[in-house]
Design a protein around this ligand. Structure first.
Ligand SMILES: *[C@@H]1O[C@H](CO)[C@@H](O)[C@H](O)[C@H]1NC(C)=O
Ligand SMILES: *[C@@H]1O[C@H](CO)[C@@H](O)[C@H](O)[C@H]1NC(C)=O
Ligand SMILES: *[C@@H]1O[C@H](CO)[C@@H](O)[C@H](O)[C@H]1NC(C)=O
Ligand SMILES: *[C@@H]1O[C@H](CO)[C@@H](O)[C@H](O)[C@H]1NC(C)=O
Ligand SMILES: *[C@@H]1O[C@H](CO)[C@@H](O)[C@H](O)[C@H]1NC(C)=O
Ligand SMILES: *[C@@H]1O[C@H](CO)[C@@H](O)[C@H](O)[C@H]1NC(C)=O
Length: 705
């Protein structure tokens, strides 16, 4: 009587609409699972089409190509003698569902549609899919002809059913269902389902690492059973970074887990488990068994197949370290600094290789923001060198294609950084020598191909054109100019940097004798975007912005961490220096412009406003009410003034958020107008009604005293 089962979860770096690449990666994961002796393989959500196909899910082509890929899998010799489930969109009676399709030996066993849609943060599943709401019900699904040709079947079951093999019972839960208060795994486990496969498209958000682990653990702690969690990893063509960490748990303990951050396209995590452990665990929770005895049954798809090995002797994952009393937690936990050093770096790597460009161009100012971006590229280079050292041939092939040399083997991160990253310090006469020195010091420490240039001639040429039309010369504030003049003079400098960046990005590889061009990197942080403290179409406009989802607070912590980790002393000086845009002249040799003074608020305050506005959904009035008790160091009126100032700035600048350079989503209070923070961009910035509410509240409070 078999009882030892080996199952495999897969972490795949899929790419929306790349059916060819997606098929290749799925097949690779299946063959790795097979080589490891698995009899059941599961994969991430919508792995065939890719998760972020978005409005492509409205196109019948997307479903057609998904069936074609499935037909190839069904016919493949690699896919025999193993129960496999894959994710794809399926239309049933003219309704599109997000499904798992389970098959064995070229026959489809069950199509299991997702029952809860995910519409939070950047997810919009209800826009393309409907939830299957018919509990414990199956219907006939008529297969397309291309599938019938392979399987000989015309009708298969679709719906909320489970698969009964000779030795166990397998059920499915799809992503959001795990999060839902009434998760399906409870009902399934009560009905004797021992293995639950959960396919996910779960993304990274800073400081949330514990969440999945907690859910996955608690999913089986109460109900007992084997929980298989497969997740996507990487940038599949959008702003999300899928965070891997596929795992297998048994009775509330994770027995094995894959990596959260890695450049590997395919990672298969295998666990060997004794099914008797599930039965013993369940049977010992007496209250559970009594409710289980009452549970109504799921439709079962019966299949003459054993997922267990024959013999009783095989070392199971949970026993591997059983002699050691001080066993450590399975699975990775990273500090926020480590998360920042890896998540955007992996995301940038996918973007670089998938956009077929030759590297990155970065305007490096010597401040915290652009230095952080440079560090992230350096972090990526370290990950590439490590992956190649570990024998990852896909990474090697990709890097060779990027540099246009099929003999190149990256061995030294600094040398690779020199090949992939061009940095440039663009000075005007108002730039200080300290920032210039800091920029070139950092460049030499990480190895980037660096130049310092002076752009004054361009600035004066543009101002000369203005004089032609107006006969006027704008002046800086410190020279008696009006705010308009002062701002215009700053914006000219800032925007010319963008023009020069794109010129250099296009031509620097030509200069260096290599084909192709460079991607321009932007570096404006989430707080500046929220406050609108940047010039529209300056260096913040770029191809991608790796730090666009990170707060200033976290960037500073990250830089400190990164400086120690890689021994980059220049970062120590960068963190000490006051944050400044350096667009105004020095006054008596001193900086006349400091970011926090200019903005009229601190970065710390901005983070608080950001969280309250987006995460806690506070309008001006609620924000004021929450901040009065929190900021007890300020008077009620001071709090009111701060809140009003923030909302005025926000309203005036919201239009800038419509053109934020795409960045990797990381921080929960990102104001990214495109996919995340849906709001209008034209406001009446007086907020009359809202601010009156605040004033009335103050009045009532003061009258009370
Ligand atoms: C759409 O509905 C029609 C009529 O019920 C049916 O014949 C057809 O098979 C459906 N197609 C799909 C893909 O659901
Ligand atoms: C697995 O768990 C994840 C958690 O993100 C959940 O989103 C996903 O829907 C689950 N998938 C299945 C098949 O249960
Ligand atoms: C679980 O089963 C109960 C009782 O049959 C039912 O009311 C409930 O909706 C089920 N929950 C889910 C998530 O299917
Ligand atoms: C992956 O990201 C999701 C969303 O932020 C989070 O809930 C989950 O815990 C993360 N997983 C890990 C292992 O960090
Ligand atoms: C820089 O500052 C000087 C005075 O310190 C000023 O005259 C000049 O216009 C500024 N240059 C630019 C390019 O803004
Ligand atoms: C904005 O609101 C104020 C107060 O209601 C009003 O006086 C003003 O005219 C509005 N601005 C515009 C441009 O409508």
């Amino acid at each position: 009587m078999g009882r030892i089962v080996t199952v495999a979860v897969s972490t795949l770096n899929q790419w929306a609409m790349d059916f060819d690449g997606n098929l290749r990666r799925i097949l690779e994961s299946i063959s790795q699972a097979k080589a490891a002796g698995a009899k059941f393989r599961s994969g991430p959500e919508l792995e065939i089409s890719g998760y972020n196909c978005e409005d492509h899910f409205f196109e019948s082509d997307t479903r057609l190509h998904s069936w074609q890929v499935l037909a190839t899998l069904l016919a493949s010799s690699v896919c025999q003698d193993m129960i496999i489930d894959v994710g794809m969109p399926v239309m049933h009676k003219n309704v599109t569902y997000n499904c798992r399709v389970a098959f064995l030996n070229s026959r489809i066993l069950l199509i299991r549609p997702k029952m809860q849609m995910c519409d939070t943060i950047m997810y919009r599943e209800s826009r393309w899919f409907s939830p299957w709401t018919k509990e414990r019900t199956v219907e006939d699904f008529f297969l397309p002809r291309i599938i019938t040709q392979v399987t000989g079947q015309t009708v298969v079951p679709i719906g909320d059913a489970v698969i009964l093999t000779r030795d166990t019972c397998i059920g499915f839960e799809i992503c959001e269902e795990l999060w839902h208060p009434a998760s399906n795994h409870i009902n399934m486990s009560l009905d004797g389902v021992e293995i639950i496969s959960n396919s996910s498209g779960s993304v990274f958000v800073i400081r949330k690492a514990h969440m999945i682990t907690d859910r996955v653990k608690s999913a089986t702690a109460k109900a007992g059973g084997i929980y298989m969690y497969s997740n996507l990893r990487g940038c599949d063509g959008g702003r999300m970074f899928f965070n891997g960490s596929s795992s297998v748990s048994l009775n509330g303990e994770i027995v094995t887990a894959g990596k959260q951050f890695s450049l590997a396209e395919v990672e298969v995590t295998v666990a060997t488990i004794d099914l008797e452990d599930v039965r013993t665990y369940r049977n010992n929770i007496r209250s559970r068994t009594h409710s289980a005895a009452r549970s109504s049954p799921y439709p079962r798809v019966k299949v003459e197949f054993s997922v267990c090995d024959n013999g009783p002797f095989k070392l199971t994952n949970d026993m591997m370290d059983a002699d050691n009393l001080d066993r450590k937690e399975v699975g990775e936990f990273h500090t926020p600094e480590e998360e920042i050093s890896m998540a955007p770096a992996c995301w940038m790597w996918d973007y670089l290789r998938r956009s077929c460009q030759g590297g990155f161009f970065l305007p490096l100012s010597g401040g915290v923001d652009s230095s952080s971006t440079a560090c992230l590229v350096f972090s990526m280079c370290n990950m590439i060198v490590d992956a190649v050292k570990d024998g990852d041939n896909q990474v090697l092939a990709d890097v060779q294609k990027i540099v246009g040399d099929f003999t190149y083997i990256p061995k030294d991160p600094k040398q690779l950084c020199n090949t992939l990253l061009v940095t440039c310090y663009m000075a005007t006469e108002n730039s200080s020598s300290e920032t210039k020195a800091r920029a070139s010091e950092l460049a030499s420490e990480i190895g980037s191909y660096h130049h310092s240039i002076i752009i004054d001639t361009a600035v004066s040429a543009v101002l000369g054109i203005f004089q032609q039309v107006s006969n006027l010369t704008p002046r800086f504030r410190t020279h008696g100019g009006s705010p308009r003049e002062n701002l215009a003079l700053q914006n000219v400098q800032a925007r010319l940097r963008m023009v020069i960046s794109y010129l250099l990005a296009q031509l620097m590889l030509w200069v260096r004798g290599r084909p192709g061009g460079l991607l321009v990197l932007g570096s404006s942080n989430v707080d500046e975007s929220l406050r609108g403290y940047f010039t529209k179409y300056d260096c913040s406009s770029a191809d991608i912005n790796p730090i666009g989802g990170i707060s200033k607070h976290d960037l500073k912590k990250f830089i400190t961490f990164f400086g120690y980790k890689f021994n980059l002393p220049s970062l120590g000086k960068i963190i000490q220096a006051p944050a400044t845009a350096e667009l105004e002249p020095l006054v008596d040799g001193q900086l006349a412009q400091l970011d926090e003074v200019d903005m009229g608020m601190t970065y710390q305050e901005l983070s608080t406003y950001g969280r309250l506005r987006k995460v806690q959904c506070a309008g001006p009035f609620s924000m004021f009410c929450k901040l009065v008790p929190l900021w007890s160091h300020c008077s009620t009126r001071e709090v009111a003034d701060k809140v009003k100032h923030f909302y005025r700035c926000y309203a005036i600048n919201r239009h800038k958020m419509t053109i934020l350079t795409p960045s990797c989503h990381i921080e929960c209070y990102s104001p990214d107008d495109n996919r995340y923070d849906h709001r209008q961009f034209l406001y009446n910035h007086t907020w009359k009604w809202q601010f009156d509410a605040i004033d009335n509240q103050i009045q009532a409070y003061e009258d009370d005293k």
